[in-house]
Design a protein around this ligand. Sequence first.
Ligand code: UDP
Length: 235
Amino acid sequence: MEKREKLYEGKAKILYATDDKDQVIQYFKDDATAGNGKKKGTVEEKGIMNNGISAKVFEYLQANGVPTHFVSKLSDREMLVKKVEIVKVEVIIRNRAAGSLCRNYGVEEGKTLSCPILEFCYKEDKYNDPLMNEYHIKALGIATEKEIEKIKEITFKVNELMKKFFLALKIELIDFKLEFGRYKGEIILADEMSPDTCRLWEVGTGVRLDKDRFRNDLGNIKEGYQEVLKRVTGK
Ligand code: UDP
């Protein structure tokens, strides 16, 4: 697979074209941001760890019938993925209260929710990724009703699968964010699933193994990601 020009550079990843028009290379950087880019830094080897974790997660999801953009892991920091047209919504599931749910609704951190909360946010940094609902998505032409239904179906399935996956590793999936894309007319899971995009608490101790270590200056950021990688890959 030949790597060609840079197509897009985001906050944590770069996309490169390949000689196949339907596939791109997703390169994971060490850059870390929080609060919509207000806090910036780097976490040594984060790109390597997130690529490793995401590849394992996508393999597991794919094996369990979830359509994803993942094709193969190419190197430490690169994976080959299907080239999708990104749907401009971030889809969040919350199993326990954390982050913006606590800030916006006055809920105590760690409160168990009686059912998972699904949130949509408009994926647009310049407007601060505002919360939106299905009417916004449909009325603004961001996705069709059928696509929204598919996105919700996949998201809840990912929640059930990933809760089980992490629990077997003594990790609780508190919340996470997914992104979807269109590929040959179908909705598939895209982007990444890693400690950058999930809140992961160690079972029993509540130790944070995710980007909250960076967001909240908890220290040992790299160690948190490394612990997740170690458990996920069994190494
Ligand atoms: N999240 C993400 N990217 C975003 C916003 C949120 O990956 O742009 C993830 C975040 O890591 C967490 C979940 O989505 O696992 C819920 O995030 P929340 O809304 O609490 O975000 P906060 O403002 O606290 O970072």
